[in-house]
Design a protein around this ligand. Structure first.
Ligand SMILES: [Zn+2]
Ligand SMILES: [Zn+2]
Length: 238
């Protein structure tokens, strides 16, 4: 008996003529939404297959969910480019792939010099049946005890290294950007004592004008928006 020809072929990589790009297993891609006007879906290519003649390519994808597609919806700490790696798989025609994109780890996303249209980040796996996230605990910051949203500017207390949202410490983003020095509420009294006892001040760029009294109660402000130290708190993620 002649050996039966396999109906489908598996490919490690495949050239998509309609976008003139080669996709590989593991690539993140943007796929056309079935609903007009909705943003493209983000997916990870798990496998690529064609018919026996190498056409009619289909991709097995693992979907990334946007926060608004999750059960808990979008929360304040979710970044604009945040996606969750779901456990939801599908087989799709490769024709619906609109282009490639990048899904960064959270830490590498926060070190990007600039965020392009095709840059996303993922810090949670998402169970589409239960709405649960992995990890279910994340570091929290500020008085509001919220996870870090990389889109939000935060200011750092020079003394305790805790990070704060300007709005949570009674100021605005514009005002926070102009601050040269910042101490949080808890650290301010101690700092006054230190300065009274003639302690060295690391950041005393003396400015002309009458702002010195104000500056004594503040210290170097962290405007890089990259928390270096955090408590781990329980946050209701689902
Ligand atoms: Zn806050
Ligand atoms: Zn402090």
């Amino acid at each position: 008996m002649p050996k039966q020809k396999s109906q489908r072929q598996q490919h490690k990589s495949y050239k998509l003529k309609h976008i003139n790009k080669t996709i590989q297993e593991g690539d993140a891609v943007l796929m056309r939404s079935s609903e007009p006007g909705k943003p493209s879906y983000v997916a990870r290519v798990e496998a690529i297959e064609t018919d026996a003649r190498g056409s009619h390519a289909r991709v097995r994808v693992r979907w990334y969910y946007r926060p608004e597609e999750s059960m808990g919806g979008r929360r304040q700490f979710h970044g604009a480019k945040e996606v969750f790696l779901s456990d939801h798989y599908d087989l799709q025609s490769a024709d619906t792939i609109e282009g490639k994109c990048k899904v960064h780890s959270f830490s590498s996303y926060t070190t990007l010099d600039s965020v392009g249209n095709d840059d996303f980040f993922c810090r949670f796996d998402y169970n589409s049946a239960t709405g649960a996230f992995v990890p279910d605990r994340v570091a929290v910051f500020c008085k509001c005890e919220m996870p870090y949203n990389p889109d939000d500017l935060m200011v750092q207390c020079e003394d305790c290294s805790e990070w704060f949202h300007p709005s949570c410490i009674g100021t605005t983003i514009e005002a926070a950007k102009k601050l040269d020095h910042f101490y949080c509420e808890e650290c301010s009294p101690q700092q006054e004592l230190l300065q009274n006892s003639n302690s060295t001040s690391k950041h005393t760029d003396a400015k002309p004008g009458g702002k010195q009294a104000e500056e004594q109660t503040h210290k170097a402000i962290g405007l890089t928006s990259k928390p270096v130290k955090a408590r781990t708190g329980v946050v209701e993620l689902a």
